[in-house]
Design a protein around this ligand. Structure first.
Ligand code: FAD
Length: 542
């Protein structure tokens, strides 16, 4: 198996022995996209990630593949067009994790949106983003809006607009992109941190100095080019490269809360006004609804940002104002997550006004850094970054490269045979009759067409236990090393199903420890890291 945690030592050996055309630093969505793009152009590529894949912002976003409505407010028409097109491409390539979702936009008294401006705005958005006919916006009067969402604040409601956003799972999207890159020949290894660079006689980077954070071993990776896709840590590497001048990152924190659906039984995802002029989302997902986000300047620990009391209260107050009968309190919050936006600093702008555009910086040593941007636009960001590498190698070595083809690459798990998720799951269940159709659907929502592999493992190795079969699948097909990798990033259970975890912590931790033969120190390290997040998501209560 090409992407199994059992083979990690072998992958480390490859990193030490080979010389690569390109080393990508950072295993978030940007790095994963670059690895996939680069391997399909014909480059020899390795990706390293200092913790687990999607450890950074790419497991902590609102998880929407936007059409870019907020950019319309900022008059960034080019971005609206690009992300609209990207959304369609992603839906075609990964239909198991990019799902259309009706979004209600309530129009309220003294709100940021007026009836006619919303109607016009959504029309422009539909047109620029190339929205499919059946998904185009329609406007509602107050009564119709209340029929769609009876819990809304009737005292301030003037009407609503209904449009379509696409819901995703950021960490799973990242891993599916990476798996697709691996299938095509890329190498990607987690828990390998870049600490610096070695230069050749022309003062250009020729080796990346790294440490294996599981063994503390130090070694160098030989490479012709390096892309720094380290998200909120991009500037740390620019500093090591002594090239942190001019534009720099500006980190802002965004928090989400998870509450039981029965406490806020909304019928549609809703994007609503907060009294301070911002807007937040309420997004139902199975048995829960998640709410967010905030946008505040951030200067503390970049590895473990958590929601604090103030963040939580801000979102609860905004939600209770819009849905006055529900009276959510901190007691209702099952879990939270906090992510850092790696935005590009602009003097005098507030967090919410900073542009979400991506930019590439090339240093004198040829460290190619890419920063800013969105989950939604990762494929185009990757294309632009890989274009730089191909252009340079073409000039230096007279090599030819394939054109970018990622728009047409179906991602791992994406072959649903033109069926909806439910149809695909129902069909699959007829072949695996001992499993409940809802359980099969829950697997299809994560693993798409790879669900058959998980179900086969459940039958053949685990006496029908799908949790262990999932863990085994993730271990051997998604380089999953630990309970934290599994419960946080591969399955999102720490956020969306935290209450069910306590009874499975020992079982899953022992499973990873025994299967992978971890010594006591490594096992404890992984358990501690898991607990930091498991407890951190409710630490606002302390
Ligand atoms: P990251 O995901 O942070 O990846 C960088 C990786 O680099 C990390 O995993 C890190 O561990 C690794 N790394 C760092 N230093 C090193 C090193 N020295 N060696 C090796 N590895 C290293 N976008 C959308 O399109 N839709 C949304 O709904 C949306 N919502 C958002 C909500 C919030 C609250 C936030 C914060 C962002 C949101 N975004 C959204 C933006 C989007 O999530 C980010 O733009 C995107 O995830 C950034 O990905 P990245 O790969 O650049 O960074």
């Amino acid at each position: 198996m090409k992407f199994s945690a059992k083979n990690r030592t072998q992958y480390i050996q490859q990193l030490k022995n080979d010389t690569f055309d390109l080393v990508v630093i950072g295993g978030g969505i940007t790095g994963a996209g670059i690895a996939l793009d680069a391997i399909t152009r014909g480059l020899k590529v390795a990706l390293i990630e200092k913790q687990d894949f999607a450890f950074g912002t790419s497991s902590r976003s609102t998880k929407l593949i936007h059409g870019g409505l907020r950019y319309l407010k900022q008059l960034e028409f080019g971005i609206v067009m690009e992300v609209g097109r990207e959304r369609t491409i992603l839906y075609n390539n990964a239909p198991h994790i990019v799902l259309p979702e009706k979004m209600l936009l309530p129009i309220i008294k003294k709100g940021s949106l007026g009836k006619s401006s919303t109607s016009l705005g959504l029309f422009v958005y539909d047109t620029l983003a190339g929205v499919k006919r059946k998904e185009r916006r329609y406007m509602l009067n107050a009564k119709q809006t209340l029929t769609q969402q009876p819990l809304l604040n009737n005292d301030i409601l003037l009407g609503g607009g209904m449009y379509v956003e696409y819901r995703s799972d950021d960490a799973r999207l990242t891993i599916e992109v990476l798996k697709s890159a691996i299938e095509k020949g890329a190498l990607a290894v987690n828990y390998v941190q870049s600490n610096g660079f070695k230069l050749n006689s022309n003062k250009q980077i020729s080796e990346v100095i790294v440490s294996d954070t599981l063994t503390d071993e130090l070694f160098n990776i030989k490479t012709k080019k390096v892309i720094n896709a380290a998200g909120p840590w991009v500037d740390n590497l620019r500093k090591v490269d002594k090239s942190l001048k001019g534009k720099r990152l500006h980190l802002t924190k965004g928090v989400h809360l998870v509450v039981p659906k029965e406490r806020i039984p909304i019928q549609h995802s809703t994007y609503f006004d907060v009294q301070d002029g911002r807007m937040i989302f309420a997004i139902p997902r199975g048995e829960i609804v998640y709410l967010g986000t905030t946008d505040t300047n951030y200067n503390a620990d970049t590895n473990y940002p958590f929601a604090d009391k103030k963040d939580v209260q801000y979102i609860l107050d905004a939600t209770n104002y819009m849905f006055p009968s529900i009276n959510l309190t901190t007691e209702d919050v099952i879990s939270t997550w906090a992510g850092l936006r790696p935005l590009i600093h602009e003097d005098g702008k507030s967090p919410s006004d900073l542009s979400r555009k991506d930019e590439i910086f090339i240093s004198d040593t040829n460290l190619i850094s890419i920063a800013g941007g969105k989950l939604t636009g990762f494929r185009k960001m990757a294309q632009r970054a890989v274009n730089v590498v191909c252009r340079q190698l073409k000039q230096e070595e007279n090599r030819k490269f394939n054109a970018c083809s990622t728009a047409k690459i179906q991602l791992s798990g994406g072959n649903l045979e033109n069926k909806s998720l439910k149809e695909y799951a129902r069909n699959l269940q007829t072949q695996y009759k001992s499993f409940d159709v809802d359980d099969v659907l829950a697997l299809v929502e994560k693993y798409g067409s790879n669900t058959t592999i998980v179900l086969n493992y459940a039958n053949e190795k685990f006496n029908g236990d799908t949790l262990l079969a999932e863990a085994y699948y993730c271990m051997h097909h998604e380089l999953t090393n630990s309970i934290g990798d599994f419960f946080i990033r591969r399955t999102g259970r720490v956020y969306f199903d935290r209450n069910s975890l306590a009874e499975n912590i020992d079982k899953i931790h022992s499973f990873f420890t025994e299967e992978l033969g971890h010594d006591k120190a490594t096992a404890n390290l992984f358990l501690d890291e898991f607990k930091k997040e498991y407890e951190g998501v409710v630490s606002f209560r302390n």
